[in-house]
Design a protein around this ligand. Structure first.
Ligand SMILES: Nc1ncnc2c1ncn2[C@@H]1O[C@H](COP(=O)(O)OP(=O)(O)OP(=O)(O)O)[C@@H](O)[C@H]1O
Length: 657
């Protein structure tokens, strides 16, 4: 049921609000959540954005849900320090560019050939045009041809080499940024101010391409444009120093205009980057949830949200495109104006001091002098346009981890699976309440312990602490009597496997998903099949069109819920970790699928230490000990007492009945 009422459109700072009531049907629970849909200000760091008087809201406003439950708003700008000083942008990309010095030098050498050919061409063309005879054409024609060809070939290779350097530098930057993103703590991606994956994806793809354009423009300016500028200036000085000085007055005039417009372009570009990143973040959140959208008849609501974000982007892009189109026109006006004055002036000033050939040569040199000045302007604009992209890209790499691997951390080759939580207290942030409060738990090697408790009680948090995705505020966790803070992170996570509640499968084949741990090595097909048989998955896999080589679609979307769960269990078995955390899915399965999954879980329990976050009574009964986690405290329950509990007690313990 949806009731949407959109009010207010155009006034500055007007808040457009509507209310939306949706019924969310989640597994066996029916939650009725009242959502209020409204536009709230979206802050652009360091931007002085004005409100836009448009029919649709300005980019200052951003559509969000407000609900009693914590539906996460899209967040394209959260968690980043303020933009760094523009001057730092160049120093950030410098090391990556310098490491590709070979194509840069090759490109610059080609530019030397290109400029040399041009400086030889100009006087020859000037003399030919002022004194054209068949004999002269015959004698000088082939020389001209050679220089023209040399310039064309050299210019081609100059651009090819410089693009190679720019794209290689951006490849390095991308790899570096992505590796740093992978190293970031989980808190960067989740929680109220977590950064959306769409925003990160946009930075690493589209914005990195903008950085490539900037690097190319800079490389193409530093030597080629300056070379051409010097060569042409030298020629002009040789012909007429007086006229050359007058021409030089044009340069600061152009530089001032270009600098002013470039600064404006930088501000506009920053907003444009943010608006497209927000749109990308939105799409990355909504499209994977398309089933939910359709099931809730939310197409209209999502289409409205999309339109607003797309409109903001259109507005910002158009502004940027207009500015980019305007700059060359203004430069051209100054250029042609100056040229006209110079042509007229040269006739007066020269007073016959140089001939027609010299005059044509001077004017042609001036034309080719203005070209690199325009090039410098263009490069400056590219830099101003690329700065926000460089800043946003490198923002991803700047962080200080709270979960730090100690220098003397040990690698454990084998663990028996003895786990102790000693006096663990934890909260997600200083200003948040304690989720776990002086909690103690000892799971013996090979034992299966079930953890139950109300939703939000902290069960998944406990699992995250065991994987060291967060560190406790106080207390310690021991694996085989080694404090996990003294175990190497890769070693710890190799020995602790996780089957999470939200089953994560990737596009690819069944075998690749089961053998995920060996994805870049060699997947052991025998182990894959053994794991699949143990997890009761082999039977259905063999009915798929290409068996283990069948592609399962994005996020395993071609499989049923039960099949996905069994595949995830098979993957955990393949990993061969001694300790397994099994966050049981709450979603309903038919009784046969449920039985198959339960049998698979039972197989897991046979020879692993298992911490199962249980939601079903049947799973609880498979465990040797059962603990209730409530209000940050742990309490051991008697299984037989639990069996005899009434419906309300079981539901309040977080069990799905
Ligand atoms: N990244 C986070 N940042 C801030 N708070 C969080 C974060 N993750 C979880 N929380 C909060 O911590 C509390 C415990 O969450 P947790 O996911 O551990 O509960 P749970 O017992 O596993 O719940 P469920 O059974 O519903 O999965 C909740 O109040 C939740 O809102």
């Amino acid at each position: 049921m949806m009731n949407m009422n959109l009010r207010g459109k155009t006034k500055k700072k007007e808040i457009l609000s509507s209310s939306l009531k949706c019924n969310f049907i989640c597994s066996r629970k029916v939650m009725s959540i009242s959502l209020s849909l409204r536009l709230i200000p979206l802050t652009f760091p360091h931007s002085s954005s004005s409100a836009f008087n448009l029919k649709t809201p300005s980019p200052k406003y951003y559509l969000s849900f407000r609900s009693k439950t914590s539906l996460k708003p899209l967040n394209a700008t959260a968690k980043f320090p303020p933009f760094i000083a523009p001057s730092k942008s160049l120093s950030l990309i410098k090391p990556h560019v310098q490491s590709h010095y070979k194509p840069i030098i090759a490109g610059w050498l080609c530019s030397v050939v290109s400029v040399f050919s041009l400086s030889k061409l100009i006087p020859k063309i000037a003399c030919l045009s002022s004194n054209l005879t068949v004999d002269q054409l015959k004698s000088d024609g082939w020389v001209l041809g050679v220089f023209v060809l040399a310039r064309l070939v050299a210019t081609y290779w100059q651009q090819a080499f410089l693009w190679e350097a720019a794209l290689s530098a951006v490849y390095d930057i991308r790899v570096n940024v992505f590796e740093r993103v992978l190293q970031r703590e989980l808190s960067f991606f989740e929680g109220g101010s977590g950064v959306s994956s769409g925003d990160i994806a946009y930075r690493i793809t589209a914005e990195a391409n903008d950085v490539a354009d900037t690097i190319y423009a800079l490389l193409n300016t530093i030597v080629p444009s300056l070379l051409q500028l010097s060569a042409m200036a030298a020629q002009m000085l040789a012909i007429s120093p007086a006229l050359s000085l007058i021409s030089a007055l044009v340069i600061p005039c152009m530089a001032l205009v270009i600098a002013y417009l470039g600064e404006r372009l930088r501000k506009i570009s920053k907003k444009s980057h943010l608006s497209i990143a927000t749109l990308s973040a939105y799409l990355n959140e909504v499209l994977p949830a398309i089933l939910f959208v359709k099931a809730n008849n939310a197409e209209l609501c999502e289409s409205t949200r999309f339109r607003r974000l797309a409109h903001s982007d259109r507005y910002e892009r158009l502004k940027k495109r207009k500015m980019k189109a305007l700059i060359p026109q203004i430069v051209q006006i100054i250029y042609f104006g100056a040229l006209f004055i110079l042509c007229a002036g040269s006739l007066l000033v020269s007073g016959g001091s140089f001939d027609g050939c010299g005059l044509v040569s001077f004017i042609t040199s001036l034309i080719f002098l203005i070209e690199p000045i325009q090039g410098v302007g263009k490069a400056y604009n590219e830099l101003k346009q690329g700065e926000p992209a460089i800043e946003r890209l490198f923002d991803l790499t700047r962080f200080k981890s709270k979960v730090v691997e100690k220098s003397d951390a040990v690698k454990l080759d084998h663990v028996t699976g003895d786990v102790k939580f000693c006096n663990i207290s934890f909260k997600y942030a200083d200003n948040m309440p304690l989720i776990l409060d002086k909690l103690n738990l000892h799971i013996r090697a090979g034992e299966t312990v079930a953890l139950i408790g109300p939703s939000g009680g902290g069960k998944s948090t406990l699992a995250k602490l065991l994987l060291r995705l967060y560190d406790p505020v106080s207390g310690s966790i021991l694996v085989d009597n080694h404090d996990i803070q003294r175990i190497r992170l890769d070693s710890l996570r190799r020995h602790v496997g996780l089957v999470s509640q939200d089953i994560t499968l990737f596009s690819g084949t069944v075998a690749e998903n089961i053998g995920y741990r060996d994805l870049i090595g060699k997947i052991d097909m025998e182990r894959v099949e053994l794991a699949a048989r143990t997890a009761n998955a082999d039977e259905f896999i063999r009915t798929l069109p290409q068996g283990y080589e069948t592609h399962i679609g994005p996020r395993g979307s071609s499989l049923s819920g039960g099949q996905r769960q069994r595949l995830a269990i098979a993957r955990a078995l393949y990993q061969n970790s001694s300790i397994l955390i099994l966050d049981e899915a709450t979603s309903a399965l038919d009784s046969r699928s449920e039985l198959l999954v339960r049998q698979a879980v039972e197989c897991l329990m046979g020879n692993h230490t298992v911490l199962v976050i249980a939601h079903r009574l049947e799973t609880v009964m498979m465990a040797e000990r059962v603990f209730l986690l409530d209000n940050g405290k742990l309490q051991e329950l008697n299984r037989s007492t639990l069996m005899g509990s009434n419906h309300d007690t079981l539901v309040s313990s977080g069990l799905v009945i």
